[in-house]
Design a protein around this ligand. Structure first.
Ligand code: UDP
Ligand code: MG
Length: 140
């Protein structure tokens, strides 16, 4: 059975360009319930840990620099089949490949600075939610 939770971050480019509320609005109006929300700047340590699965990729250093250059919005979301439904809503990693109507098509500028993060599995959603939130910060 699929879990009903996923995790997202609005990346620094979204905040810099004034897209925080339009993106949160798209998320809510697509039927996701925001069950946890935090506005914060990640330390280099945190970003390296969060993206450790990509540590051997050529884009890793740029990714960590980008994700720590300003604040992000972290959120836990609830919806039936949340992980897959949210990946559909955000679209492909590269906005050039993203479907019309997706968050990345609308707001992302490049494959690196692509507006939002979305968990890729139920297991990672749980890991990522607990990375950013204590249980008393989640309102399910
Ligand atoms: N990324 C990048 N260059 C690439 C692939 C990924 O800069 O060639 C960045 C991009 O910000 C992406 C993140 O690394 O969102 C994580 O990559 P992943 O393949 O997990 O993509 P996602 O799951 O975010 O679509
Ligand atoms: Mg990913």
């Amino acid at each position: 059975m699929n879990s009903n939770r996923t995790f997202t971050m609005l990346k620094p480019d979204s905040i810099e360009q004034g897209n925080m509320l339009p993106i949160l609005n798209m998320i809510e109006s697509s039927g996701f319930k925001i069950i946890a929300l935090k506005y914060k700047r990640m330390s280099r340590d945190e970003a390296e840990k969060f993206y450790s699965i990509h540590s051997d990729k050529p884009f890793f250093n740029d990714l960590v620099s980008f994700m720590t250059r300003g604040p992000i919005v972290a959120a836990a979301l609830e919806k039936d089949n949340a992980v897959e439904a949210f990946r559909t809503l955000i679209g492909s990693t590269d906005p050039n490949d993203a479907e019309e109507g997706t968050i990345r098509k609308k707001f992302a500028k490049s494959k690196g600075e692509n507006a939002v993060h979305g968990s890729d599995s139920d297991e990672n959603a749980e890991i990522e939610i607990s990375f950013h939130f204590n249980t008393d910060e989640i309102f399910s």
